[in-house]
Write a protein that binds this ligand. Structure first.
Ligand code: E4P
Length: 215
């Protein structure tokens, strides 16, 4: 399973990359706005830091504009993936970008049928948002399981990118289901390393070692 970091913060991305946790990056307009720096410049910097795919999202909602924006974003670096929202106009743009050999990541997916349409349109990746579904009392990971099943049934090449991840359990479930990619905020990545028995065990080992040293 590939690990993407869900962030537009270059320092955070560098930290995670040092630890080998970054096979790619996803950004969105909210993350870019939070970062407060120029969009294109930020994407270029991230693409220099990371060799894997870096998703940059269009903000138009009409297919022709989305397509043009996609072409511009794709020129920023070789590893840019154009992120497109799941609306009818977006699917048209995905098809056109695919015909130009440009990779896409279709975002804001909340049910398996939307994901099926992404695969039919030739999207490279599809991003089901699990946390936001959980937030409204639905089961985000059940949606992912169904998407994976549908893609397997028909051998679709579109990769399932589990997004809107809230905690380590989402990642574990995604791995067990065989999702291709999970995109994770840095804080959640750090949480994956934690276990109280690891800390307790390490303390015990070091205490015992130090006692030996004193003899
Ligand atoms: C993914 O590409 C999105 O940027 C992200 O996972 C959205 O997560 P959120 O629901 O925590 O905003």
């Amino acid at each position: 399973m590939k690990f993407f970091i869900d962030s537009a913060d270059i320092e955070e991305i560098k930290q995670a990359n040092k630890k080998g946790w970054v096979d790619g990056v996803t950004t969105n307009p909210t993350l870019i706005a939070k970062n407060g720096r120029d969009f294109h410049q930020t994407i270029k910097e991230i693409c220099k830091e990371v060799s894997g795919p870096v998703s940059a999202e269009v903000i138009s909602t009409q297919s022709e504009e989305m397509f043009k924006e996609g072409l511009t974003l794709a020129k920023l670096a070789d590893n840019v993936v154009v992120k497109i929202p799941l609306i009818e106009e977006g699917l048209i743009a995905v098809k056109k970008l695919a015909a130009e050999g440009i990779k896409t990541n279709v975002t804001l997916v909340f049910n398996p049928l939307q994901a099926l349409l992404v695969a039919k349109a030739g999207g490279t990746m599809v991003s089901p948002f699990v946390g936001r579904l959980d937030d409204i009392g639905q089961n985000g990971m059940a949606m992912v399981e169904e998407i994976i099943q549908i893609f397997r049934n028909y051998d679709f090449a579109t990769e399932v990118l589990v997004a809107s991840v809230r905690g380590p359990l989402h990642i574990e479930q995604a791995a067990l289901m065989g999702a291709d990619i999970v995109t994770v905020p840095y804080k959640v990545m750090q949480g994956m390393t934690q276990h109280p028995l690891t800390d307790k065990g390490l303390k015990m080992f070091l205490d015992d070692w130090n006692k030996l040293g004193k003899k």
